[in-house]
Design a protein around this ligand. Structure first.
Ligand SMILES: [Zn+2]
Ligand SMILES: [Zn+2]
Length: 437
């Protein structure tokens, strides 16, 4: 764990590269999440892509960023922006991103701060730094070019979640494309990312070596399961991440099971409101509006009690680390007609992971045996192996830098597939600068 102290020297090289472009991962080079990637040209023009943390238990933090005046934040997940308040407080860094990313950021930072307090984790920034970070945003529309010294920069849709962007950078010598977290497939909420010709592609490799099952199969299994649970008189508790997944699930239920009584709780309600205020970030704004008008939003204690009789409860926390989903689980656990339907990745150390592995979960700090059926469904909005490889080919990138990936399991098969297609592939290591000539 890195504990920061302002003014401490970082491991970042003092001089600009002699030629080409140098990149340097502060985090996220050979791990999932925790992203921070510095890149710099021979004239000393430099920028940071993302500055997050990994919300594992305990969290991981990237290396300390060197002085940097501009950072592009690809999207509003905590593993991409969790450390941005430190940047703004210590380097007065300007944050660049889409309007929606900027609008969701305060909520994500507040939540990150709250969790660090509850769990007793050190955090390098203070609550008052959030205001400074919110004031540091420079927002850009998709497709709009802006300039930083000689560089031309542009954000394009990354799929993944509403507001998520890929970054194009045109320098004197190279065309760079950073995918951020991306998916080329459409989701309920977003339009898939489109490839674009570039020289160097910085490619998210979370799903290297793993292909997604066809989306409609996963949806069918999930919907069939919801029907089974509700037909026997049970309530399906559906833990979901606030930012993307909650809205995706509600839209899916609305589309396939419009007669159900679906209640929604947690921060996802607030995110949905911001998404609807930024319709340009959505694939089909009306579909979200309709689904949102259809479901019942829990906003009081009595609403919470009413939700216990619903067909479905969609709620944070998605990994069942506290939040309303634990409150509901505690009430629903006595009746075995009820079931838990997980909709996302469950990190090591999370409540959801423990529930899947051992049938137990901490409820108000007490390890509790859960007798309910528990299922997990993959509603991932990251590109799978095939999508990643096809995307790189369509970008015609001569060099591909694979990051945001597990270096032992996901990266090797992805590197092999990319090399077989003729790309020169880099496997970055955090803290070690590399050059592209
Ligand atoms: Zn990520
Ligand atoms: Zn993400």
């Amino acid at each position: 764990m890195v504990i920061y102290s302002p003014g401490r020297t970082s491991t970042y090289p003092e001089k600009p590269p002699e030629n080409g472009i140098r990149y340097h991962y502060l985090g996220g080079g050979d791990e999932v999440g925790n992203v921070g990637c510095m890149f710099e040209d021979p004239k000393g023009t430099r920028m940071l892509l993302d500055y997050g943390l990994a919300p594992t238990n305990p969290p991981r933090y990237p290396h300390e960023a060197p002085m940097v005046k501009d950072a592009v934040i690809t999207h509003s997940h905590i593993d991409h922006l969790g450390m941005a308040p430190w940047l703004c407080a210590n380097h007065r860094t300007r944050l660049h991103g889409t309007q929606l990313t900027a609008e969701i950021s305060r909520m994500m930072w507040n939540d990150c701060y709250k969790v660090s307090r509850i769990e007793g984790y050190p955090l390098a920034w203070d609550k008052r730094d959030i205001d400074g970070a919110v004031a540091s945003w420079n927002v850009h529309n998709f497709g709009q070019t802006w300039q930083k010294n000689d560089w031309k920069l542009r954000l394009e849709r990354a799929g993944h979640i509403p507001g998520a962007a890929m970054l194009h950078v045109e320098t004197d010598s190279h065309k760079l494309l950073f995918t951020g977290d991306f998916d080329t497939r459409n989701s309920q909420l977003t339009t898939g990312a489109k490839p674009e010709k570039c020289d160097v592609l910085f490619l998210e490799g979370t799903y290297g070596g793993r292909d997604h099952p066809p989306k409609n199969e996963t949806i069918k299994q999930f919907i069939d399961r919801v029907v089974e649970v509700t037909d026997r008189g049970g309530t399906a508790l559906i833990p979901a991440f606030a930012n993307g997944r909650t809205q995706d699930i509600v839209m899916t239920l609305h589309e396939h099971l419009p007669d159900l009584d679906v209640h929604v709780d947690g921060m996802g309600k607030y995110v949905a409101k911001l998404q609807m205020e930024n319709p340009e970030s959505l694939r089909d704004p009306k579909a979200l509006e309709d689904a949102w008008a259809w479901c019942r939003r829990v906003s009081s204690k009595s609403d919470k009690k009413k939700a216990l009789n619903a067909d479905c409860i969609v709620s944070t926390s998605g990994m069942m680390d506290g939040g309303p989903s634990i409150w509901y689980l505690n009430r629903l656990r006595e009746d075995q007609r009820n079931a838990v339907l997980m909709t996302g990745y469950q990190a090591t150390g999370s409540g959801g992971r423990m529930l899947l592995d051992s049938g137990k979960i901490p409820i108000w700090d007490k390890e509790t045996k859960i007798e309910l059926e528990v299922n997990q469904y993959s509603f991932s909005t990251h590109a799978g192996h095939k999508e990643i490889v096809d995307f790189a080919a369509a970008c015609e990138a001569s060099t591909v830098v694979v990051y945001h990936t597990d270096p032992n399991h996901a990266r090797p098969p992805l590197v092999a597939a990319l090399e077989a297609n003729g790309h020169v592939v880099h496997s970055p290591v955090n803290g070690i600068p590399q050059s592209i000539i």
